[in-house]
Design a protein around this ligand. Sequence first.
Ligand code: ZN
Ligand code: ZN
Length: 279
Amino acid sequence: MTGDGSVLVMVVDVHPQMAEQPEYIHSYLNSVIAFANYHLAFSRMNKVALIAANHHETRFLYPQPTGEKVDRQKDGRLEYLNHVDESIAEELKDMMCKTQSVKQTESLLSGAICRALLYTKRLEEEETIKKKLNSRILVIKISTDTGSQYLNYINTYLSAQKIGAAIDVCVIGSDCGLLQQGADISGGYYCCLQDVSELLQSLVMMYQPDIATRKKLNAPPPESVDYRAACFCHHTLVDMGNVCSNCLSVYCRTVPLCSTCDVIFQTDRPVMKALKRKK
Ligand SMILES: [Zn+2]
Ligand SMILES: [Zn+2]
């Protein structure tokens, strides 16, 4: 670990579909908060931020915009850690109480990752001696995914790559191709867990070391990355599709007009070329 400590920005998926399994949500949120505490307790120079995303909003659980207000010690716990836990619990309760009917199965994770990038950038600007912070983003996801935020994800990943911010991803349940691409593009870890009971152990073992320390560890080699793109018509990942030559929009089938840039496709072009060659 470097002496300057590291900044960990956690992006946590809190889609209301978790509420269908009460034991699951308990274990999930406990693991997330325990890992945030673990990171802070590891070094007094370490900083943590938590951003939650559900189907209709993203929100900073910690730190809060109103500023720090550390209470007196309770139950023998460290005041600072107690303050972090209470802040997270309060904001989460408020966020979950406002949840109404849910039609969208996917959380707004791409927006939350964007906010995480902006947060680390702002911390760098606020440093008295301008320098690159030892920071990383950790995305923890459970809900099922579609390709509806495909462009937002890709734009976020390219921005992260440009500013040198690694995005780690820990997915519970089935693999998530889009987040796997993000970890690969930005130089972070990707891991898919079968069960939520493995979450805390995996976070501590795999995601605690910072980027500089990881180079010295003998981590398992990355798996092959699913680099499929999502089509712009149905927002599903496609193996093979048509690409607009003007704006690079992807379509899963032949369309007469590009819905992004309004270019009309000349479907008779291959025939014209064939005729020219014969002359
Ligand atoms: Zn389509
Ligand atoms: Zn186009």
